[in-house]
Ligand binder design. Structure first.
Ligand code: ZN
Length: 303
């Protein structure tokens, strides 16, 4: 039996996943309200949450520890096969969590970047299944990705690569967390979009993402809202067309919290791309994720 774990900045989720990519049982824990003082405390919290989630999963499905054959972990940034690295939100620089879990559960533990895991889930079981040259683009707090050519995930040797979020689309643009200016993600991250909508339309500063989304949907015909969305789509199209011009994918599947807007945004993006895609004979389907927040768990179970 396989377990997939998704370590995010605000949540840790674990699930038992079957051989068809279906989640049989799932546990989710919000860790955003926990006060993480230092790296040691963060490591303890992560391990404790994972152990308790695995214990609950086994109990609910009447499994024993010895039934676990494999544990996969989806983690942000540049994890190694056995360690998570540079989790800024969780104050972790390096944590060899893979070894600890291998000893405890006597099972193989593998770790991979979360964007790659989610992409693998869409490629194997989801909306990218029928495409051989395709891309998964996860737009949330940042931009994650996975690129497939001839059905294979492209993997550079040192890091996870394909940092589309830090592709500079305007060298005089806003400052990015990475220290550069005008990175793609400073224009298209959902965090930025939410912030812009709240400040422009003077909404409550702590408004939930769902309510911001509702506001956009209800007011999409208003000139100012429409203008903001058009501007967002234009920046998105610049970055996405660069990606299309380089890889010529047959499809791009969009995940992350972007997917909650995809019915409004994707048709507009499709039209805007006509301006920027170089080879006019390229036909790239724009799709929305099948698994939404579950993609990380499902993908982690197959690494
Ligand atoms: Zn950047």
């Amino acid at each position: 039996m396989k377990i997939g774990i998704d370590i995010g900045g605000s949540h840790i989720s674990s699930g038992i996943v079957d051989e068809y990519g279906k989640i049989i049982e799932k546990e989710v824990e919000d860790i955003s309200t926990i006060n993480i003082e230092n790296e040691e405390k963060a490591k303890k919290i992560i391990i404790d949450v994972i152990n308790s989630q695995i214990e609950k999963l086994l109990k609910k499905q009447n499994y024993e520890i010895c039934d676990i054959s494999k544990i996969g972990i989806a983690a942000p940034g540049n994890p190694t096969k056995k360690a998570i690295r540079n989790l800024v939100n969780l104050k972790i620089e390096y944590f060899e969590i893979g070894k600890i879990l291998e000893n405890k559960y006597d099972a193989i533990v593998n770790i991979k970047n979360d964007g790659k895991c989610s992409g693998l889930a869409e490629k194997k079981y989801g909306n990218l299944k029928k495409y051989s040259d395709c891309i998964f683009l996860c737009i949330g707090t940042g931009v994650g990705s996975a690129v497939f050519m001839d059905d294979d995930l492209l993997e550079p040797k040192v890091n996870t690569g394909f940092e589309f979020g830090h592709m500079i689309i305007d060298k005089k643009g806003p400052e990015c967390n990475c220290g550069n200016k005008g990175c793609f993600e400073t224009y298209v991250s959902m965090k930025r979009l939410k912030k812009e909508i709240i400040s422009k339309f003077k909404l409550k500063r702590d408004m939930a993402s769902e309510d911001v989304q509702k506001y956009v949907r209800q007011n999409i015909k208003e000139k100012e809202v429409d203008l903001l969305v058009e501007n967002y789509i234009n920046n998105l199209a610049i970055g996405v067309s660069n990606i299309i011009n380089i890889f010529e994918p047959e499809a791009i599947c969009f995940g992350g919290s972007f997917s909650y807007y995809s019915d409004i945004f994707l048709p507009k993006l499709n039209k805007e791309l006509e301006k920027y895609v170089f080879n006019k004979d390229i036909k790239c389907d724009l799709l929305c994720t099948k698994f939404k927040n579950d993609a990380g768990i499902i993908g982690a179970s197959i690494i």
